[in-house]
Structures are given as C-alpha cells and as structure tokens.
Design a protein around this ligand. Structure first.
Ligand SMILES: [Zn+2]
Length: 425
C-alpha cells in the first residue's frame, strides 16, 4: 500500500513538474537570495541576460516612481484561468504599496499562450486596461508569435517602464505592425467576450459535476439500503437525504431527492416487521395504544416532540419493539439528570446591560420538561464598541511609507483593482 502511494506520488510529481496549479507554488523572488527581486522565472523562459536587464529597469522604476512591478513567467498553470490566477497571486504577494496600490503583475503562461497584466488601483490610473492591451499587442505578441518569449517579455517591460515614466507609446511603432487603435479595442472586446464565455462554461461544468456527486452519493446510499434487511436501518440511512439543506447545496436536482427520501422514510417506517425472537408477524400500535408501553420520560419526549416512538408488538405481545425517531433540530437536548431528550433553554436575559466603559452580565436558564431539573448559568456580555468610520484597515499589516524604494524582502503590500488586460497569440 505504502509503495503504491509512493509510486502514485512520484508519477504525480513527474506529471506536474512544471505546473503551477496553486499560486503558493510560484517562487516569490522577494524571498529568494538572488539579486533578481522582481522576476519569477522558475522555468527559465526568460534568458539570464534579459532577466538582469528587466530587473535593472524595474529597480530603477521603483526607485524613481515607486511603481512595484512583478514579472512571472511560467510554462503552465494547469487548468487555472489566467485572470483568476493573476488576482490570487497578486493578493498572495501583495504587490505594490499598501496605501497607493501602485502594483503591477505581468503573468506569462506559455502553454495557454496568454499574457496577463494585473494592475493595482494606483497603477490603473496611469496604465488603464486599454493601455495594457496596447503594450501587449505592440511589444510582446509579435515576439511571442515567433516563440521569442524572453525578447517579448523584455520588450513589454520596456513598454511598461516607458508608460509609467510618463512617456507616450510610439504610435509609429504601432502602425508598423499594421494595427490601428480602433482595431485594438475591437479585438480587446472580442477577446474579453471569448474569455467570459469560457469562464461561464467552466462554471457550468463545475455545477454539473457538483450535482452529479450529490446524486451519486444518494444512489450509493439507495444501493446500500437494498442490502439492509431491517427497515429501521433503512430508515436511518435515507433520513439524511430528506433534509432541506440539500436543496440549498444542490438546488437543481435535490428537490426530487428530498421528496423521494421523504417517501421512502414513510415506507420504511410502516414496513411490515417480524419478531426477531419468534419470527411472528408484528403490528404497529396507534398513538393511544402505544402509551402503556412507553415510560414517563418517553411520553414526555413525544409530548415535546423531540422523539417520536413507534411500538410494534406480536399477536400476544410476547415481543415488543420500541423504535425511536429523533427529530433533528427539535431544540431539546439530553437532560443531565434523567437522560431523556427533554432539556431546553427556557430563557436568556440581560441582568446588567453593557456600556461603552464596562461589560454587562446575563443569565441563562435550562429546564427539563420531564424531571424538572434546572440550571442557571451566568455569562458576560462584551463592552459596546463605537463603530469607526476610518477605512484604513487595509494598511494595518504594513508600515512601509508611500513612495521610496524599499528593496526589501517582500512586496509592498498592495492589492489589485481587478483591472488589466490579457492577450493571446
Ligand atoms: Zn430531566
């Protein structure tokens, strides 16, 4: 068994040797010991020379204008959607300054043939989505089309640095690729539309799989039920599928599952039984008839509706079978004194109200409907808190000042705005 597991894990590792399916797997350049603090290039897509060049440009950019740019080049992110992956990676690394959100993530994914720019709020004002797309189309895609990935990324970084330095993109260069502005936007919209429909499709597939899993689970239980001979055991298996919570978890299919489970529950509860002692047929007593077979505690449970009992007897009452059907969420718990399910909170009240300067006190009473056992417990009510209107919660984890190059061992603490652009080739 152990060797099989090892074999599977070795096989799995071989399969996924250069797949980064989770953002945590991407090596963070800030926490490595290399000089390259801006480039994650674990698959060596970018040449060493270009990597050094990019690093130099981005160091200078951050020193002069405080923009924090991360370049990530990966061969594969598995089946992840590049936009989602970029957002997650951005959030995980916290690129850009916490206060100004001047971060930018450039994510290159080779097997999906996609390049993604993810911008922070502060960056997107200087580098709006259309500008991102323009840089990708003008500087990067032409190189990527001829598999010059390293050159394309370097050219893109140059474009980004130029824009963030306040230079305008050279329009003649754009024309040389034979693409007009208007066409960029048209293509941008078209690509965006395709990506959206792809995402919707993924979502639909996920939903179908999820519902199928729920149905298979139910079918499995139905099959197991077939092999159980005791109707009480059958009942206790299917009862879990009659809960309305399934309708929330599996909104489409489970209305039918719940209705079927409810029907089966009734069937199993009334199913004919034979005595395990003498094999004689048994019959179920009515609510009135059964009372003399039940104890006082059981009668109280029936009264408060925490447990319903069925009593089955043989012809001459030689064998008596008492079956308990517990109601889920009845509000009653087991009494610590008489052990019947007849114990419940009877009240919960405030004795001393809390103020802004001191905490308050409350009292809670539990009482048993069967034996009368009761318990009063006291509890503390937390001090009142004035709600504050300051919205600086985001910066709490970081103390770096806005502007200025930190060059430290982590990114600045920014978050992405959801803005940016993606291009394919
Ligand atoms: Zn009690």
């Amino acid at each position: 068994m152990k060797s099989l597991l090892t074999l599977i894990s070795v096989f799995w590792c071989t399969l996924s040797w250069s797949q980064y399916t989770n953002v945590r797997q991407v090596p963070n350049p800030k926490s490595s010991n290399t000089i390259n603090k801006y480039v994650a290039n674990p698959d060596n897509i970018i040449s060493r020379r270009d990597q050094n060049s990019i690093n130099g440009k981005l160091t200078e950019l951050e020193a002069n204008y405080s923009f924090e740019v991360a370049i990530v080049a990966l061969t594969s992110i598995g089946n992840n959607v590049i936009e989602d992956f970029a957002v997650d990676l951005f959030a995980d690394w916290k690129i850009g300054n916490a206060n100004t959100d001047n971060g930018l993530l450039v994510l290159f994914v080779q097997d999906q043939r996609l390049i993604r720019f993810e911008t922070g709020d502060g960056t997107s004002t200087v580098l709006p989505d259309t500008k991102c797309y323009e840089i990708q189309q003008q500087y990067m895609i032409p190189y990527f089309r001829s598999t010059q990935y390293s050159e394309g990324i370097l050219a893109g970084v140059q474009g980004i640095v130029d824009v963030l330095n306040g230079k305008t993109i050279d329009d003649t260069a754009m024309d040389s690729y034979g693409v007009e502005n208007e066409e960029y936007y048209k293509e941008y919209d078209e690509q965006e539309r395709i990506r959206k429909s792809k995402r919707n499709k993924n979502w639909l597939i996920g939903l179908s799989v999820w519902h199928a899993v729920g149905l298979i689970l139910f079918l499995l239980v139905l099959i197991i039920t077939r092999f159980k001979s005791d109707p009480y055991a059958k009942y206790n298996l299917v009862k879990w599928f009659s809960l309305w919570i399934w309708a929330i978890l599996f909104p489409i299919t489970h209305i039918f599952v719940i209705l079927l489970a409810k029907k089966l529950k009734t069937r199993y509860r009334d199913m004919i039984r034979f005595s395990s002692e003498n094999g004689e047929i048994m019959h179920k007593l009515t609510e009135q008839e059964e009372d003399k077979f039940l104890s006082k505690g059981q009668l109280t449970e029936e009264l408060v509706r925490s447990i319903d009992y069925d009593v089955w007897v043989t012809e001459k009452s030689e064998d008596i079978l008492i079956l308990a059907y517990k109601k889920l969420f009845s509000g009653y718990t087991k009494c610590p004194s008489c052990k019947f399910k007849t114990y419940k909170k009877s009240y919960d009240r405030t004795i001393v109200s809390p103020t802004y300067s001191s905490s308050g006190r409350g009292e809670r009473k539990y009482e048993c409907a069967n034996c009368g056992h009761s318990k009063i417990t006291g509890y503390r009510i937390a001090k009142l808190v004035r709600s504050s209107n300051t919205s600086s919660s985001r910066s709490s984890w970081s103390s770096s000042s806005s502007g200025g190059y930190s060059g430290g061992s982590s990114w600045g603490g920014g978050s992405s705005s959801g803005g940016g652009a993606t291009s394919g080739w």
